[in-house]
Ligand binder design. Sequence first.
Ligand SMILES: [Ca+2]
Ligand SMILES: [Ca+2]
Length: 498
Amino acid sequence: MYRPHILSLLVVLAGAAQATPQYQIYDLGVARSGDTSSNGRGISSNGIVVGRTSGTGSSAMKWTSTGGTFPLANPTSPARAFCVGNGVNSSGNVAGSGATTIFGSSMLPIVWSSGVPTFLPLPAGEFSGTGWGINNAGVVVGSCNSGTDEKGLIWQNGAVSLLPPSAGGQTWLTGYAISGSGIVVGQGKDPAQPNSTIGMRHDLATGITASIGALTAFNHNSAIAHGVSEAGHIVGTSWRGGVGDFRPFIWTPAGGMVQVAPAGIGGGRALGVNSAGWVVGVTDDGQAFLFDGVSSYLMSSLIPAGTGWNFAAITNYWGAAGISEDGTITGTAVLNGTTRGYVAILQSPVSGTVNLLEYNPTQLGLPVSFEVRGLDNSLLQSGTVAIGAGGTITFNLLPSLRGQNGKVFVRASHWLRKQVYSGVFSPAGIQFGSVSLTNGDSNADNVIDLTDYTTIVVTFNAVPSSGNWDPSADLNGDGVVDLSDYTTLVTNFNLAGD
Ligand SMILES: [Ca+2]
Ligand SMILES: [Ca+2]
């Protein structure tokens, strides 16, 4: 009887040890001259962002880490001057819609492939619709019509069809997202409870549609499924029809529907999820949040202070709209008073304290080189950072290295290289503690030997104004090469770095 309690405690303790994610946030800007605002609405599994740039009319816009923000052309025949991109796949193809007014009049579903807009067909007798999600195979989901007459649609190979009902007669209102393996999620209606909507899941591989239920522990009976990861996690909102009590959830085939731990004021809506089970959404008061599988955080608490971003300034359904496999988040907030789409990139800080031995002046600001290597010693990342207060150094691990196994080394000009870490590169970063580096490697070949000895001998008694001055021989940094430096060299003679 005690075992479940002990396991629960262990889970809690493990959670407490997980580092808080840290993000850098970037303005998506506007993509057309004269535009005044933008939104981030969706992100692909590999981090391509899509949204809208708005001024006189609007256009779908796309952001990539290499190309920045750029607009996607509005269709001209028939013209649609109010377009938005809602979903994007890893090839950069975008699903969205175009309307004739800002209120969404005469809205038509559109796909942009290589930036070129193409209207998606509608079922016979339907005259409006929108595209929401597009997977890496190019399959699009969305809806036609609106209100209680809305119908969930799927477009494959250019042809449209209704998303199929469940065996129990539950039908689709909207398909919001689709994974690469063909899991479609969205909202539907159930003839057994006509006054509420239900969360829906369809598997293209099996052809089966089913409701994913609601958070029955909270006496809920209604849900919307809004996002799906490549691994099949589903997220959305569960609530009690006619009451409210909106709560974000994550659903898996094995675990069913579970409330996402609250952030901020508690209630809210989940919009996006990745294959690590990280969830993004908005709280009931419109603030963006992130759930990292253990804890929930307001986005405003995960970015550096003083960026000018305000997540509380607008009532905002899209505060955090999507998250990629490497933890990149997009959404909408207010930057210095203007509504803007953002992209927030997860930082994996590698940090620790470096002590440069046998060195007299302050080491504050001195350069330290770092190397990230694989277990086979292949160089994966390298760079130079300045020593901060208290000897601290920090650099950001490349996102592509998260979760890999490897080693981290540091060195400085005439100090030997030292391995400071070996193991898994946690997405939340690495803290390697405190390391002291051995002085005396004047020629920086990672061994203290006769060559370094010779350097000291030929520069002996030199000062910075001397013709034979060599700063790498002034081991203790006191501005003269003398017996102190010689003693350090002799003490460390024949030592080699890692
Ligand atoms: Ca040497
Ligand atoms: Ca000296």
